[in-house]
Design a protein around this ligand. Structure first.
Ligand SMILES: [Zn+2]
Length: 307
């Protein structure tokens, strides 16, 4: 077996060069499109590309005009678009259309990392050993490999290689992120929760808040440092904006992060003791169904409390 290739790749359809949209925009715009795919893959942005980086992605002379051409044919979206297939971003980004249809999402990469760390360092070492042993054709190579297979369900060789690739990507991108300082790549999960909170505040009749850098930093910390899932954060947003007490106290993402644990504890106290009665058709009557909805939100909030 050849030395393993640890670089990561984007997938490009082999009909790309003949695609009517590509023919319409021309080769230079197509190169910008490919560059945007590569950026998103390197930085795990789910297809979000900061507009200010468009000039740096290629050495072409008029990148803004090329981006406009890609927008016109729908290969790129403005950050705030209405394409149901693509994640939204802020006004400062472009979104590569259908990126997640063909490329690996940041969540998939994180799930693979989770799986990898669950298998443990030992599994990781054995994985390496088994591959090395197998490549030398040693007798115990197969035994190690089958042991590894048992440990990690039915992991295919491709998956194992993917995980190693993913680790590499994560190392590279976290290094890139640290080095980049304020120039961090955009993240679809962060944008999603910030937007959900802004939507909820606006839906309650308040002025729509601006999603600032502080909002994004707090959302990033909630997800990365506090280890809340996107679903838990969305649950907390809904909980806070449906509560007369919490609504005025949670008018920004930094406040949501600050109050998160207080809300979680209150949700735990308010947890209904008995199951709610269902009507004959299985649907709950008005008030009960609202309580039941809150019950689901509480469960979202509480989900991580049991770990
Ligand atoms: Zn789209």
């Amino acid at each position: 077996m050849a030395e393993k290739d640890r670089r990561t790749y984007v997938r490009v359809h082999d009909g790309l060069t003949d695609h009517p949209k590509i023919i319409e925009v021309g080769g230079e715009a197509a190169w910008l499109y490919i560059s945007a795919l590569c950026y998103s893959s390197r930085q795990l942005t789910d297809g979000l590309v900061p507009k200010r980086l468009i000039r740096r992605l290629t050495d072409l002379s008029n990148p803004e005009a090329l981006a406009s051409a890609l927008l016109r044919v729908g290969l790129l979206h403005e950050g705030e678009h209405d394409c149901s297939r693509c994640p939204v971003g802020g006004p400062d980004v472009y979104v590569v259309h259908d990126y997640l249809e063909h490329q690996r999402s940041a969540a998939e990469v994180a799930a693979l990392r989770e799986k990898r760390s669950a298998a443990g360092q030992r599994g990781g070492r054995r994985s390496g050993e088994s591959r090395r042993a197998a490549s030398k054709g040693e007798a115990n190579g197969e035994a190690l490999a089958s042991d590894l297979l048992k440990q990690t369900r039915t992991k295919t060789e491709a998956e194992t290689e993917t995980e190693t690739e993913v680790e590499e990507v994560l190392r590279t991108s976290s290094r890139a992120r640290r080095g980049a300082g304020h120039d961090e790549p955009p993240r679809a999960d962060v944008e999603r929760v910030c937007r959900a909170l802004a939507d909820a505040i606006e839906a309650n009749g308040s002025k729509r808040p601006t999603i600032t850098k502080q909002w994004r930093d707090s959302a990033r910390l909630l997800i990365d440092k506090d280890r809340r899932t996107v679903e838990q954060v969305l649950g907390a947003i809904e909980w806070s904006q449906n509560s007369d007490f919490w609504r005025p106290n949670v008018q920004s993402m930094p406040k949501l992060r600050k109050q998160y644990d207080q809300m979680r504890l209150q949700a735990m106290r308010d947890k209904p003791k008995a199951n709610l009665p269902a009507t004959a058709n299985g649907h709950l009557p008005g008030t009960d169904s609202r309580v039941a909805e809150h019950y689901d939100l509480m469960n979202e909030l509480l989900a991580e409390g049991s770990n």
